[in-house]
Design a protein around this ligand. Sequence first.
Ligand SMILES: *Cc1c(COP(=O)(O)O)cnc(C)c1O
Length: 384
Amino acid sequence: MPEIKIKLSAPDIGEGEIAAVNEVMRSGWLSLGPKVVEFEQAFASYLGCKHAVACNSGTSALHMMMLTQGIGPGDEVITPSFSFIASANCIEMVGAKPVFVDIDPISLNMNPRKIADAVTENTKAILMVHIFGLSAESADICDAADSFGEIPVLEDACESLGATAYGKKVGDGTSGRAAAWGFYPNKQMTTGEGGMVTTNDDDFALNIKRLRNQGRNPESTWLNHDVLGYNFRLDEMSAAMGTVQINRFDELMAKREEVAMHYNSRLRPLKDSLILPMELAGFTRSWFVYPLVLRQGWDRDKLFNELAEKGIQCGKYFSPPIHLQTFYKEKYGYKPGDFPITEGISNQAISLPFHGNLDAGEVDYVCDAIEELIKNSPDKIRQG
Ligand SMILES: *Cc1c(COP(=O)(O)O)cnc(C)c1O
């Protein structure tokens, strides 16, 4: 394999994060201390929601949301297949069944108009996912949920911190009942590993606090456990890092925005071959990745390999989609053709190297390589 010159993603860590983590290490107070509380307050205040409860990953956040919503064996939860696998795994983890709906080819998010086909008498929730930093059509999804007898709506917001829809921040607790966030190093902000649940619902937040800490009620004494719980706690180093990241989140977003705008301006002339990230009226994207969809005629895997040859690391988000992952195929018998829009996008989507510290020269290097292939060596990346 050729050496990677331009990485798919990279965290943006400043001296502030380093100092904050060092301070925790010097203090000797590494867990269940003040830093998690500080991070939760800063996060809730950024979103403008009532509760933020930190945990050790986005997947744990989703898992605890399912438990708190009371989802269990025999229940069904509606969610898109075009997502990271944790969006469906969290449903399996509580013994319930994910029921997939196809996506909208423009937004790449769950198509609200297809929810009706997925609802059954066992539907207990809709988990809407905001993919690639763009909000799902949450108003339409919530309307659909209401029309089928007030199905609760939960949000997987792991890819969309800072996105807005209808003038409000995604995951502020006014759309879904609760939202899950993840802080893995490729996300808009990171704590290494880490996650959060946000909600405006007091009981929901209290239950998340119990579940993350061995079922212990936060108000009770150490060895009293009310419910079956987990150790999903976030440590103090990670939390201290998270506070610094959320406090500089506008700066982090602005840097990513600038890189995305540079990609847009360089790639727009190639739009007969490439579909650039879409904009939706009334929604603002929080740049998570830079996702392209190749038009028919171009082979995504060939382009991916050609770029890899030049040291450009790309991503195939999300290929295969969840319903065609081995576990789901074997358990439910899914086959190609079950969700045609999802599969079509999944086959043609490629994410370019993307983070806030990519410089203009690096973006140009990537765009030059793509342009060169399309214009001068099209046979290398043609389908068939
Ligand atoms: C990253 C991500 C998650 C999981 O987050 P982890 O912190 O890696 O567990 C869940 N859902 C989506 C859509 C994600 O992108």
